[in-house]
Design a protein. Structure first.
Lengths: 247, 247
């Protein structure tokens, strides 16, 4: 989920709770996998299991979309893909600019998963003149000097920051000044942006953490079953812990 | 969440629901941002807002960890980071092998967010002898022929697949044969693995989809307020839709 200045009221727009919005892409991912395997319909229980939520919550979430499935049949996979895509706005074209064309920016420029969801990479930018002019994914990398012009002329909706951490805030400031109100931040730093600008931060280790939980269970290294690690070090700094947070 | 063969019962191990496990990394990400800003304590409302869940759910989730906060004070940020890290198994060392050293594999090899969570990149592998031997992030890229030996000698716990889609299944099969039971798949394909092997698939467009939802609202392109897009095309294939799924 979001960190930094992206807190917002629980409901917005047509009254879909923020937590439901955050789950729609997960349903879409599970549905896309079913679609790729040619599965025509899915029960709420199956879809809930694939998405990692309980089925009552899934049904409630989908009811906000006016989607209730059919008793004994379930949900039509293709139509639900369409409904969720429409709700998320993925049936529109969202021109995206990627700023910072190192290995990650390069990988994202070639990432098929963006275009298939309506995110068209419209521009690649870098501050390094050794990189600008290179052709990647059929596009010439442009210089940061042209950012404002590119945003205007290419109708860029979303800025994707893949610079090193020290450069990210300045890039965010320039995107905001150029009128961008949605930023996806891959740089390992927290960005400050004005009210009305949405920033979402990608943490590539999130899924690894969930794997680690299960790997720990499988290898019998349960933190309770196994030896309990010591309290965190730096005892001097933590002298008040027992009162603040009883173990 | 997981797709493919990662469905599992709602509860496991110490009885922490799977959905709670999936939220712990999100709390950890929000807490880490607070920690970086030097914030010592956080209320359940603030932390819930930062993580995009409601505060009752947050309190329930954290109660599984034996963490209840203190009335009027909230949660100790550093201690909660430690508790969640311990629960997820992040206080252990998880040697990771990255297979497929294109741009994404290269980017992940240098990604600071892995090491800070206990995921040590122990080995880089590629099938292309033009790539093997190159030094990236202080390591020489090894050839796929050495996979089984590397898994054994370096005690690799988790395999990260960053190959092109057509190569991913074969790599997964070899990882499983070598004894790996946790796979993180960045390749845009669904993997088949035996029972007992956890696969999680990363979709880099998930956060973009949430941004698109809000961008759509901000730009007044609400699918209900604005012109309603037509039903999906391919009408011949969808003739039974009205019965299966009333609009």
């Amino acid at each position: 989920m979001a960190t930094g200045r992206t807190e917002r009221p629980a409901q917005r727009g047509r009254g879909i709770p923020e937590a439901t919005v955050a789950r729609l892409p997960l349903y879409l991912r599970a549905l896309s996998a079913l679609s790729e395997r040619g599965v025509p319909t899915v029960s709420s229980e199956e879809l809930a299991a694939a998405a990692g939520v309980n089925s009552a919550k899934l049904r409630k979430d989908l009811s906000y979309l006016g989607s209730y499935g059919t008793r004994g049949v379930g949900y039509d996979v293709e139509y639900l893909v369409y409904q969720i895509s429409r709700e998320l706005g993925l049936t529109q074209d969202w021109p995206v600019a990627i700023i910072g064309i190192g290995n990650l920016g390069h990988a994202l420029a070639n990432y098929g998963g963006f275009a298939s969801r309506g995110f068209r990479v419209a521009a690649l930018l870098d501050a390094d003149r050794a990189v600008t002019g290179q052709r990647i994914a059929g596009m010439a990398v442009r210089h940061m000097d042209d950012l404002e012009q590119i945003v205007r002329e290419d109708h860029v909706s979303i800025g994707v920051i893949t610079t090193p951490a020290p450069a990210a805030q300045e890039v965010a400031d320039r995107l905001v000044a150029a009128g961008i109100t949605s930023i996806l931040n891959f740089a390992p730093t927290v960005l400050s942006v004005p009210e009305g600008v949405d920033v979402r931060k990608v943490d590539l280790s999130i899924e690894l953490q969930i794997l680690a939980f299960h790997e720990q269970r499988k290898s019998g290294l349960d933190p309770v079953a196994g030896p309990v690690p010591a309290r965190p070090s730096k005892p001097g700094e933590r002298g008040d812990l027992p009162e603040v947070m009883p173990a």
